[in-house]
Design a protein around this ligand. Structure first.
Ligand code: PBG
Length: 323
């Protein structure tokens, strides 16, 4: 009789037959920087995560690199917001300044990425500019993304994380980067991004101004096949890496995407996934560290090459035996 339990009988055998393994370099740390802060501000909906000052951001980036993470993703929160999100493009806008500071500190040792979206910068909180009737204007938004991309590339970013879900954004941003001479700047396309309730804590993290929802541009959580259309378009338009977001509730999508493309496929374990595990663990309902490792390993099993996670530094240290 074939007995599958034979291969589970000792820790040594289990280790030898393990199919998927996490490495520190698979993990991407996600950090928030807020303009004009004098002290880091802890987030109540994400215990352990803070909004950084520019200085504490640089410190956190150094720690992440020392722990061995594969890269760092930056989000900026400006003091001034307007209809068109002009601080996203301004050379001295908070995110562009943060990119410069982090690239200067650790840019030779790691990969520095930035979110490219307007929602943190607009007064209405949408990921794009609005028409007179209040709809998100796809093509006008994509033009602003092109300018934002060039501004980020000038600041030295290595990877641009296109998270706005506008049609044609990858092609237009690639064209703008190439025209400005940034042919080596990598495009990470949030190719399949769902209108998800699991972004809840992120809204606190970026002081989101959004009233309403993003359902005219982010995907319907009920749709799986549609993700493959989004991914195919982004790859065709020149995406270097594609991502699925959120993570845990969309492992089926991740698995299908990883079978359908030959570019790297990443997953984003979002704020709500982080909060669920932290709060369940602090209530004594689950074993925190085991749940974190299990959730991250599940992304690898589903086909992710790398994972954006708010635990990246902590887990990378653990994997490298440094904690
Ligand atoms: C948009 C963006 C969002 C997240 C990352 N980029 C919010 C949204 O689409 O509403 C959410 C990430 C998270 O929840 O951890 N710039």
């Amino acid at each position: 009789m074939y007995r599958p339990r034979r291969l589970r009988s000792t820790p040594a055998v289990r280790r030898l037959v393990q199919e998927n393994r996490l490495h520190a370099a698979d993990l991407i740390e996600t950090l928030f920087v807020k303009e004009s802060l004098t002290e880091p501000v802890p987030l109540t909906s994400m215990p352990g995560v803070v909004q950084h000052t520019l200085d504490s951001l640089v410190d956190a980036s150094r720690k992440a690199v020392d722990a061995g993470v594969g890269g760092i993703m930056l989000f900026g929160i400006p003091s001034h917001r307007d209809e068109t999100g002009s601080q996203a493009i301004a050379e001295d806008g908070v995110l562009n300044r943060a990119i410069r500071a982090v690239v200067e500190a650790v840019g030779e040792q790691t990969v520095v990425m930035a979110d490219l979206c307007l929602d943190e910068f607009t007064s209405h909180g949408h990921c794009g500019v609005l028409t007179d009737t209040g709809e998100v204007d796809n093509d006008a938004t994509v033009e602003l993304y092109a300018q934002m991309a060039v501004a980020q590339a000038r600041a030295g970013v290595h990877v641009i994380g296109l998270s706005g879900m506008m049609d044609g954004q990858v092609a237009r941003v690639r064209e703008a980067l190439d025209e400005a001479g940034f042919t080596n700047t990598i495009i990470l396309a949030y190719a399949a991004k769902y209108a998800s309730a699991f972004y809840g804590p992120f809204r606190e993290a970026v002081d989101s101004q959004l009233k309403g929802d993003r359902r005219t541009y982010q995907q319907n959580p009920a749709n799986g096949r549609e993700a493959l259309t989004e991914v195919a378009l982004d790859v065709d338009e020149g995406a270097d890496i594609v991502m699925v977001k959120p993570g845990m509730p969309y492992l089926d999508v991740l698995a299908q995407v990883s079978e359908s493309v030959t570019v790297p496929v990443w997953a984003y374990q979002v704020s709500g996934e982080y909060a669920m595990i932290e709060f369940a663990a602090s209530a004594g309902a689950i074993d925190r560290d085991a749940a974190i490792m299990e959730s991250l390993t599940a992304f690898k099993r589903a086909g992710a090459d790398a994972i954006l996670t708010y635990w990246a530094t902590e887990v990378a240290s653990r994997l490298n035996g440094r904690s």
